[in-house]
Design a protein around this ligand. Sequence first.
Ligand code: PLP
Length: 351
Amino acid sequence: MYTFIPGPSQVYPSVRQYLAAAYDEGWLSAPHRGDRFTALVRQTVGELKARLNIPQDYFIFFTSSATECWEVLAQSLTKQRSFHLHNGSFGEKWLDYAQAVHPASTGHQFGLDEVPDPALIPDDADVVCITQNETSTATQLRDGAVLNIYNRCQQTGALLAVDVTSSLGGIQLKHIKADVWFASVQKCFGMPAGLGLLICSPRAIARAKEINDRAHYNSLLAMHEKMLNHQTTHTPNVLAIYLLCRVLLDRAPIKAIDQHLRERAAKLYQFFEEHSPFTPLVQNPETRSTTVIGLQGQPARIEEVKRRAAAVGLTLGGGYGPWAKTTIRIANFPALPDVAYDQLMQFFTAE
Ligand SMILES: *Cc1c(COP(=O)(O)O)cnc(C)c1O
């Protein structure tokens, strides 16, 4: 049985053992102001930095979800308005949340096969928001595209915030080339949902100090002050932090994971172009996601193939938002073994 749904996604089989270990080791009742917990946070943050190549001077915070990160950025890092380049449901939702806090926030929608033009970024945006891997449309912004946007932000003085919910932990990212990165753990980390990661540059923290938002329980400044002592503002999801630490300790360096996923993605795209009644949703190879493969087809055929795949123990991801009925999404996440994709390709060959 494999699930290819791009979130909540297949968890590492080792999670079963780590859940039992968390119970046995007393983590489920561990005080979140105690030395044991703060040591766990210190270790987890250290492992995240080491395994994902996050610069030492960046700060890592725990939130409940990526959605919470959207709101924190609007509350704590935006003075007047943010500007959003979006090409799918998650990027749009982010803009909705930002507008609810700062109505002057605006966005620009670009196509699935398009790379957005940094010249679109207005001079007066406080934060520029991009979704590096748009899970709903199976698209991705490559390093070069993010770098061009970052360079434009350097000209205007905006912070660059990047939603990497379905790519952090799966592909190697140039963290130095943006101020804020965030994700949740139920995608590329192979874990159950309930924990978000918010990664901030020293520049982002300086901005938070300047804005001095203290109106919210999850104000970034409050999180930062607590995290200086490896603590959180509220009682956090200690179990998830423990699981994250254990899962990270088992992992290969991100460079190796990245290489593996890229090779597997190339193989999958080639397979679906050549052998299947379903074709890749994204035409431009340069904007295709590495970690989420989108396929399109007739709604009736999609419905049928999802049913038939489920019957042989392969759960395919459905489409999302406007693409709900005409697309299938297949996660290419680290917790799924190669043998799962061999079975998947065998299944599609027979279709
Ligand atoms: C899944 C996802 C989210 C939402 O994550 P939550 O943990 O549910 O808040 C946000 N952005 C992207 C790109 C996603 O894939």
